[in-house]
Design a protein around this ligand. Structure first.
Ligand code: 6R9
Length: 658
C-alpha cells in the first residue's frame, strides 16, 4: 500500500450483551484492566487453569526475539489436560463428543471413552516405533478418530501435522516430505455429499514418494475396498486391541505440539509450528472467555474441519481442555437437505455455535425459511471466524439464527496466532456488526501506517501485534529465516534493529472513531483505483447489503485509465430473477448501490452474477483466481480449491470479456 486504506464503510449499529449473559459471564470487564496492569501475570493466571507436572520458572523469555519461549522450565501433558484430569475429577461419564455421521449414523463418546481410545492409540503408535519428537501426518475425515489421533500424538510427544482430507496427493506429498513424517493416519474414506469419498488411494499415491513414511494406520469408515501394502495397518486391529493403560509423560512447555501448513495465496505452504504450554494456555482461555463456555450446561458446536487451525484450537484443544460437551459433524451442510445444520442444532440442543461467514452467506442465499423451520431456542451465543463478516451477514446471523437477541462474536486470528486474538467478550462488549472490536485481555494489537506509526481513530492501515502472546507460532518448520522475513521484518526491529519487534499479520484494518478494529482483508487483495487504496471487504460488504445479494467477491483488474478497476462477482439471493433484462437491471442497480453506499470511487467497472465463488476448504474466497479470470489469464494453482468445477462455471460466464 502506498497510502493508507480509504475508510469507506460507515456502519453504526451497536448491540449490547444480553443482561443475563453479562451477569453470569465467565470473563467480566475487569479482565482488560487486570491484563493491562501486568500482562505476564495475567497469562500466568490463565496458565494456572491447566494442570502442570512441573511449574515454570519464567513466564516469557523474549531474549532471543522473535523466537519466544513461554512458561520456561514448565512441564505438562496436553492429552492429560484434555482427558485424564476430567476422568480423574469424576467427569468420565460426561459426553465429550456427540458425533453425527453424514448418512445419519451417530456415536456418543464420553470423556472416559475418548481417554481409553487415546491411550490405545498412544500405545499403538509407540508400538509402531513412534517416539517423542517424531512427526505423524493425519489425513482423516471428520470422525472422532481425528481428535483421538491428534490427542494420541500429543500424549506421546509426537508432533502432528494434520492435512485436509480433500487435498490432492501432491499437496499431501509436499506436507509429508517437508515434515519428514514417520507415520500417516488415514481412513478408507469419509462421507461427503451423500456418497463415500475415498482417502486411502491419495495416501497410497503420496506415500510412494515419501520414503520417511514407515507405517500407515487406516481407520475403516466407508467399508469401501482399498489397496493394501506392507506398510498398512487397520486401526481396528492395531489400536482397538491395544492396551487401554497408558501413563502420560509430561513434556517441556516448548515441546513441538503440531505443525500446520497454511495454504498460502501464492507461495510454497508454510509449516507453522506450535508448541505445548503457551498454545494450550491461550486455546483453553479463549474458549472459556470468548465462548463463555460452561462445561456443565453448554453443548458447543464448531462447524470447522479438523484440518483447519479452527478445528485444532476450537474442536480439539480448547473445548476438551475445558471439559466441554460438543457436537462433531462429518458432512456438508446441504446433505441430505439444506436444513441439516439446524436439524443438528435442534437435535443436540446446541447452545454455542461457531461457524464461518461463508456458511452464513450460503444460508442467506438459501433463504431464512430454512432455519425458521427448526427449533433453535437452545442457542445462546454465536461465533464467526475465517473472513471479515459483512455487516449484513452479521445481522442476518443474529436475526435468523439468533432470534434477534443473541450476541455474535466475530473472532479474528490466524494459523500463526494459534488462538483468538481480537474479538468481543460476549458478556462485556457492545458489538458492532462487521467489527472484531478489540484485542482480548493480554493481547496488544494496533493498526499502523506504512511507516509503522499507529494510525489515529478513523484511520486505516496494517494490522500488527505489538507484544508476544502465549500461542504464537514459534517458527516456520525448518525455515527460521522465512519466519523472520514473513512476519517480523515489515515493521519494528527487523527493519530497525534495536527497536521493538512488531508482528505483521498481512491483513488490512481500520480503527473507527471509537478505536474499534475492522478487518479489511488480506493486504495482497487491496485494490489501487485512481491512486486510492480500497479494501475488497468494504466493497463486498456494500454489495451484500443489497437485498438481492447473498455473497460477493471483488478484485482489482488492470485498467488503462484507473490503474486498477473493481470487478465484482456476486451470488444472488434465493429467488432473485437474474434472466435477461432483469439481470442487466440488477447489475446496473448494484453498481449504483455501491457508488451510493461507499462513494463513486468504489463503483465496480463490471459485475458478474455467478452461482458460486472459488473457496478454500476453510471457506476463504480465492480472489487470486478471480483476478486471473478478470484479467483473462489462465488460472494459477487451484490445488487448495474446495471445488475446482466452480472456476469453469465462472470462466464460462466471463467469456465475452468486458
Ligand atoms: C482462524 C483462521 C487467517 C486469515 C487472517 C484474516 C482472515 C480470520 C477473521 C479474518 C476478518 C475475522 N480472518 N478470521 N478476517 N475477520 N474474524 O482463519 O486462520 O486460516 O490461518 O486464516 O483469515 O485474513 O489473516 P487462517
Amino acid at each position: 500500500m502506498s497510502e493508507a486504506l480509504a475508510n469507506l464503510l460507515n456502519e453504526t449499529r451497536q448491540f449490547p450483551p444480553p443482561a443475563e449473559l453479562a451477569a453470569n459471564a465467565n470473563v467480566k470487564a475487569d479482565a482488560y484492566a487486570e491484563a493491562e496492569r501486568d500482562r505476564l501475570g495475567f497469562w500466568e493466571r490463565q496458565a494456572d487453569r491447566l494442570t502442570w507436572a512441573k511449574r515454570w520458572d519464567q513466564v516469557l523469555d523474549w531474549s532471543n526475539a522473535p523466537f519466544a519461549k513461554w512458561f520456561v522450565g514448565g512441564q505438562l501433558n496436553v492429552a492429560y489436560n484434555c482427558l485424564d484430569r476430567h476422568v480423574a475429577g469424576g467427569r468420565g461419564d460426561k459426553v465429550a463428543i456427540h458425533w453425527e455421521g453424514e448418512p445419519g449414523d451417530t456415536r456418543t463418546l464420553t470423556y472416559a471413552d475418548l481417554h481409553k481410545l487415546t491411550c490405545q492409540a498412544a500405545n499403538a503408535l509407540t508400538d509402531l516405533g513412534v517416539v517423542a519428537g517424531d512427526r505423524v501426518a493425519i489425513y482423516l475425515p471428520m470422525i472422532p478418530e481425528a481428535a483421538v489421533a491428534m490427542l494420541a500424538c500429543a500424549r506421546i510427544g509426537a508432533t502432528h501435522s494434520v492435512v485436509f482430507g480433500g487435498f490432492s496427493a501432491d499437496a499431501l506429498t509436499n506436507r509429508i516430505q517437508d515434515a519428514t513424517a514417520k507415520v500417516v493416519i488415514t481412513s478408507d474414506g469419509g462421507f461427503r455429499r451423500g456418497k463415500p469419498s475415498a482417502l486411502k488411494p491419495t495416501v497410497d499415491e503420496a506415500v510412494a514418494n515419501c520414503p520417511s513414511v514407515e507405517h500407515v494406520l487406516v481407520v475403516r469408515r466407508t467399508g469401501e475396498e482399498v489397496a493394501w501394502s506392507a506398510k498398512d495397518h487397520w486401526w481396528h486391529e492395531k489400536v482397538e486391541t491395544a492396551s487401554p493403560e497408558h501413563t502420560a509423560q509430561p513434556f517441556d512447555a516448548e515441546h513441538p505440539l503440531f505443525i500446520l501448513y497454511t495454504s498460502g495465496t501464492t507461495a510454497r505452504p508454510k509449516g507453522i509450528l506450535h508448541t505445548t504450554g503457551g498454545y494450550l494456555t491461550q486455546a483453553s482461555y479463549t474458549a472459556h472467555a470468548v465462548f463463555d463456555l460452561k462445561p456443565e450446561t453448554d453443548v458447543y458446536w464448531c462447524t470447522a474441519d479438523i484440518g483447519w487451525v479452527t478445528g485444532h484450537s476450537y474442536i480439539v484443544y480448547g473445548p476438551l481442555s475445558n471439559g466441554a460437551t460438543q457436537v462433531m459433524y462429518e458432512g456438508t451442510p446441504d446433505t441430505p437437505h439444506k436444513g441439516r445444520f439446524w436439524e443438528i442444532v435442534d437435535k443436540y440442543k446446541v447452545t454455542i455455535l461457531y461457524t464461518a461467514p461463508t456458511l452464513i452467506r450460503t444460508m442467506m442465499k438459501w433463504g431464512e425459511d430454512i432455519p425458521a423451520g427448526y427449533d433453535l431456542s437452545s442457542l445462546r451465543l454465536l461465533g464467526s471466524v475465517g473472513e471479515p463478516i459483512n455487516p449484513e451477514a452479521w445481522i442476518w446471523y443474529r436475526q435468523h439464527v439468533g432470534r434477534g437477541e443473541l450476541p455474535v462474536v466475530d473472532t479474528w486470528w490466524q494459523t500463526e496466532t494459534g488462538a483468538i486474538m481480537i474479538s468481543p467478550l460476549p458478556g462485556v462488549t457492545e458489538a458492532k456488526p462487521g467489527s472484531a472490536m478489540t484485542a482480548l485481555p493480554g493481547i496488544v494489537a494496533d493498526v499502523v501506517d506504512d511507516q509503522g506509526q499507529s494510525v489515529p481513530n478513523g484511520g486505516g492501515g496494517y494490522l500488527v501485534l505489538k507484544e508476544p502472546w502465549p500461542s504464537m507460532l514459534r517458527t516456520i518448520w525448518g525455515d527460521d529465516n522465512r519466519f523472520i522475513e514473513t512476519y517480523w521484518s515489515r515493521f519494528g526491529a527487523g527493519a530497525n534493529a534495536g527497536g521493538e519487534w512488531v508482528y505483521f499479520a498481512g491483513d488490512g484494518a481500520k480503527k473507527d472513531d471509537d478505536g474499534h478494529i475492522w478487518l479489511l482483508g488480506r493486504v495482497d487483495d487491496v485494490m489501487l483505483v485512481s491512486g486510492h487504496n480500497i479494501s475488497t471487504t468494504e466493497v463486498e460488504s456494500a454489495l451484500v447489503s443489497h437485498p438481492s445479494v447473498a455473497e460477493a467477491a471483488v478484485v482489482g483488474a488492470t485498467d488503462p485509465t484507473t490503474g486498477q478497476a473493481i470487478v465484482a462477482f456476486a451470488i444472488p439471493r434465493g429467488n432473485t430473477d437474474t434472466s435477461g433484462a432483469a439481470g442487466e437491471q440488477l447489475i446496473a442497480d448494484l453498481r449504483n448501490h455501491v457508488a451510493k453506499t461507499l462513494g463513486p470511487i468504489a463503483k465496480p467497472r463490471q459485475i458478474m452474477l455467478v452461482p458460486e465463488l472459488p473457496k478454500t476448504r476453510s471457506g476463504k474466497i480465492m480472489r487470486r483466481l478471480l483476478r486471473d479470470v478478470a484479467e483473462h489469464r489462465s488460472l494459477g494453482d487451484v490445488t487448495t480449491l474446495q471445488d475446482s468445477s466452480v472456476m469453469e462455471l465462472i470462466s464460462a460466464g466471463m467469456g465475452g470479456g468486458k
